[in-house]
Structure formats: C-alpha cells, structure tokens
Ligand binder design. Sequence first.
Ligand SMILES: [Fe+2]
Length: 345
Amino acid sequence: MDNTSFSRRRFLTASTGFAAVALAANGAMDANHCFAEGANSPNGDAFPETTFSLDSRQVKFYSKAVDKPVKILHISDSHLYMDDERGEQYVDYSQRMAKAYNSTSNYKTGEKTNPVEMFKQIVAEAETQKPDAIVLTGDIVSFPTAAGVDFVLENLEKTGVPFYYVAGNHDWHFEGMPGSEKDLRNEWIEKRLKPLYPEGVNPLAYSVNVKGVKLLMADDSIYEILPEQLEIVRKELATGEPVALFMHIPLFAPGRGVGFGVGHPNWNASTDRNFEIERRPRWPEGGHTETTFAFRNEVLTAPNLLGVFTGHIHRQSLDICKGKPLHVAPAAVDGSTVTIDILPM
Ligand SMILES: [Fe+2]
C-alpha cells in the first residue's frame, strides 16, 4: 500500500496554551493546535513530538513517530436507503429512515442531489486520490438494507483502496424491532453488514496497521462500550504505536449536549428525547456504565493516540480534550469527506 503520491507542503502550526477548545464549523473551518510533546507512552518513554492541524476538511498530523506518509479518506453518515425484495418484510421498520435523507444538496455546487449520487462522487474522488485507506464510520446505510450494502461494496471495491468499516446506530437499526440494542447490533451485523468488515475481525473492535500507523475501530453505536471492547482497545493502545481511533459517535467534550458524545455525565433516561421517534429502548436510568467512562478516560490519556475521528452529528466540529483532537466529519449525504494525512515531521 505504498502507492501514495504526496508532495510535502510547508505549513505553519501554531502552538496554543489551552487545554480544551470547541470549534463548530459554519461552512469553512480552520483550526490549528500543537499538542504536548513528551507525554509518557505506555512503556515509559516520551511519545515523539506530533502536531495537528485542520484546514477546512483536511486534517494533518506531522509526527516524529512516523516515517512514511499515510493518507486516509474518512467517510461517515452517507445514509444510503435503496432497498429491494430482501427488505420487503421489514418495511414497517425501515420506512421512516428510508425517506430521511433521500434529497440533499451537493456541498460543492449547492445543486439538489441525493446520497446515492453523492456516494458515487466520493468514490470517483477516491479513485483519483488513491488514499492508503478508506475508513467508514457508520450510518453508511440508513437501516440494514441488503441492497444498500451491496451498493457500497460494489462501489468501494472499484476504487482498489482497502476500506475499513465500523457501524453507526442506524446501520443495524430497524426502528421498532423488539430486542436490546446490543443483541440487534450483533444480529444485523451478522445478517447484513458483515461483508463491509475485513474478514475475520471482531466487528466491535479491531485494528489494522497502515504503514506504521494503527487505525483502531471501536463500535460505540449503542452509546456504550462493552468490557470486551475496552480490553481490546487497552491492548491496542499499549503497543505504543501511533493510533488513530475511529468510531461513529464522538466522545463527550465539555459544553456539548447529551446526544453529542459518549461519556456525557447527564446522558440517561431523563435526557433521552428521541427514543419514541427512533422506536428504540430508552437510554438507561443510571446513565453510562463505568466501562464507558473508563474507555473515554483511557483513550484520551493514551500518549500514542493521535486523535479520534467520528461522525453521527452530521456537522463538522473539533474539540480538543486532554490535548487530543476529537474531529467530527460532516455527513457524506452531501458529498462531504475528510482527508487525514499523517506525515513524518
Ligand atoms: Fe447519521
């Protein structure tokens, strides 16, 4: 996968003194932050100096921890909705989401379009750009549609670029279908989504190494992290390699609402406003599990974590927590993607 052609450009990285910043994107977005050098890695060594910058939909890291450029195309929330006879018996559970995003505007031209056309545009761009990897962080389909999964596979395979997927809350959710979210996620990953994952991985947490950078996928699409996932993520982080973490739902950041991210202290049954519309179990009375809070804390304090890349909110944003950038990709329904370049310093 050493096919990236990249002309290294000079750019400035501003050093800032804040511990946490939240920037919401209104159209163009530009943020720059240099995070701490010398935090201790799991083996006690200082993690090599690394910078982060964001310019519109382009994320860049320069790091002394990498020796080859890595380019990642991040796609989230394409909300594809096509269906066929395989979905007929589930129409009562899929009809609301099948209509939710079927008309959008191309973010570049403003022209009326739809998520199917925008997905084709994204694929065409990927064929030209040839990143080292494509990472899809969920809500790629609006419900577990076999036709949608076939469309995604057919198009991604055309690019010749390896792709890695982690589920969002809509990918496996048939609204109103009885069962716990945990069980329904397992069931529909098995029945519909499995071809989107690399063969043999645990869909709830797995990693791939791309030219020395670990791309770590963790499924937080039920707003919780399970103990088995925390164990896997701990082991992956403990290797000390530079890690980019990809999930669907962002991690909670101060100032953000309860629906924004995993680990919000007020996330619980009393703050759940959408469970009736989405026809799903209400968030639990007691809020997040200790495991979920521990996950957020351990991820953010891992010296070798470069950043966390998510979707779900459908609006680009950046928070910096404990010195780590938490970047939310805009939804691909309008053709949006994010390019992440991780470059030797
Ligand atoms: Fe979404």
